[in-house]
Design a protein around this ligand. Structure first.
Ligand code: SF4
Length: 348
C-alpha cells in the first residue's frame, strides 16, 4: 500500500487526510501548478427532493430543515451563473488573485441535485463548469436518485472534469433510516456506490453521528461498512476505485423548522463536546488513510440550532479534535482493516 502523507504545509501536523491538503497533493502529483486554495462554492440548483414532493415521501428526513423546499423548481440556468459570479466576486475580495492562487469547485449542495430531467441537469452542471476558475464539480444527492441516463451524464462529466458525487446515506441501519423518514436504505446506497464506482466516479459518503436510537457501536458499524472495499460486480477488473473517495462525518444538529424539532424537541445527540470528540476519533481510527475527510464537525447556523447547543463552535471543535488526537498519539486509519497489511502513515 502506498503510504499516505498527512500534509503539514499549514504549519500544523495533521493526523487526518482532510480534503484541502489532498487537493494540494493531487495537483502536485499531476505536475500542475498547485492552486493555493480550492474553495467550494455552495449552490442551490433549484431542485426539490423526492422525499418532499410525495414521489418517495413527504415531510422530508426528520433532521432536514424545511426552508425553501420545492419552491424553486423553475430556477434558471442564469441563476447558477449569477450565484457563482457573485460568490467568486465576494471571495476575490478575501483572496485577491494578485496574492493568492485560488480555484473553485462548484458544489451543488441543496436538496437532491440529480432529481430533474437529464437535459436540465446537463444545462445547470455545464453552466457551473463554464464559470471562471471553476476546476470541478461536486454533486450531493440521495442514493436512490441516480437513474441510468443521469449516471451516463455523470460519467461523461467525470471524463473531462474533476467530479465527486456525495451520497446522503446517514446510517447503514435501516431501522434508523425508517424512524428518521429517509425513505431510502442500505440497499439503495450499495447499488449507487457500485454503479458510480464502476464508472470510475468518486463517491463521498455522508454519515450523521448521534441519530436517535443508535448506540456507539451502531455508528462505528456504519463507518466500518462504508469504508470497506467495494465489490464492483459490473467490471471487477477495471481500474474503478476500490473504496469510496471521501467521507463526511458530523454530529446530528437539531434545527428549528425540522421534523425532529417537532417530534423530539428534547432530544440532545451528545451530552458534551468531549463525548462527540471521543466517538469521532474512534471512528477516524477505523477509516483507511487514503479516504479523504470532507467534514468532521457540523456547521448549523447558531440562529437555527437547538441541540447540541455547542455545535456552532466549529473552530473550537476542530481545534479540540486535533489536540486530542495529538494527546492520544493517534491518527486516521490506525485501526483500519485493509487487505494490504498494516496501515503505514507518514507525517512530514
Ligand atoms: S435531507 Fe436531503 S433527502 Fe432528506 S429531505 Fe432533506 S433534501 Fe430531501
Amino acid at each position: 500500500m502506498k503510504p499516505i502523507i498527512f500534509d503539514t504545509s499549514d504549519g500544523q501536523q495533521l493526523r487526518i487526510n482532510m480534503i484541502s491538503p489532498w487537493f494540494r497533493r493531487h495537483y502536485a502529483e499531476l505536475g500542475l501548478d498547485s492552486p493555493a486554495k480550492i474553495v467550494k462554492l455552495s449552490l442551490d440548483g433549484g431542485f426539490t427532493c423526492p422525499n418532499r414532493d410525495g414521489s418517495k415521501g413527504t415531510g422530508g428526513c426528520l433532521f432536514c430543515s424545511e426552508s425553501g423546499s420545492g419552491d424553486m423548481a423553475s430556477y434558471a440556468v442564469s441563476d447558477i451563473t449569477e450565484a457563482l459570479d457573485g460568490q467568486i466576486r465576494l471571495l476575490s475580495d478575501k483572496w485577491p488573485s494578485d496574492k493568492y492562487h485560488v480555484k473553485y469547485l462548484a458544489y451543488f449542495q441543496s436538496y437532491t441535485n440529480t432529481y430533474a430531467p437529464v437535459d436540465e441537469l446537463r444545462a445547470k452542471f455545464e453552466a457551473a463548469l463554464e464559470a471562471p476558475d471553476v476546476v470541478g464539480i461536486a454533486i450531493a444527492t440521495r442514493p436512490d436518485c441516480i437513474p441510468d441516463d443521469v449516471l451516463d451524464l455523470l460519467s461523461e462529466l467525470n471524463k473531462r472534469t474533476f467530479l465527486w458525487v456525495e451520497l446522503g446515506l446517514q446510517t447503514i441501519h435501516d431501522s434508523t433510516a425508517e424512524a428518521m423518514n429517509l425513505c431510502h436504505g442500505r440497499a439503495d446506497y450499495d447499488d449507487a456506490v457500485r454503479r458510480l464506482t464502476s464508472r470510475g466516479i468518486r463517491v463521498v459518503t455522508h454519515l450523521i453521528l448521534g441519530l436517535p436510537g443508535e448506540s456507539r457501536e451502531m455508528m462505528l458499524e456504519s463507518v466500518r461498512y462504508t469504508c470497506s472495499s467495494i465489490s464492483t460486480s459490473i467490471d471487477p477488473d477495471s481500474s474503478s476505485p476500490r473504496r469510496i473517495f471521501g467521507l463526511k462525518l458530523h454530529m446530528l444538529n437539531v434545527v428549528r423548522g425540522s421534523g425532529m424539532a417537532a417530534a423530539m424537541p428534547d432530544y440532545v445527540p451528545f451530552d458534551s463536546m468531549e463525548e462527540y470528540i471521543d466517538l469521532l476519533i474512534t471512528a477516524l481510527e477505523l477509516v483507511p488513510p487514503e479516504i479523504t475527510l470532507h467534514r468532521i464537525s457540523g456547521d448549523a447556523p447558531r440562529a437555527t440550532l437547538i441541540a447540541p447547543e455547542w455545535s456552532y463552535k466549529k473552530r473550537t471543535i476542530l481545534n479540540n479534535i486535533h489536540k486530542e488526537m495529538r494527546r492520544r498519539d493517534t491518527w486516521q486509519g490506525r485501526f483500519a482493516e485493509t487487505s494490504d497489511g498494516p496501515v503505514k502513515s507518514v507525517f512530514y
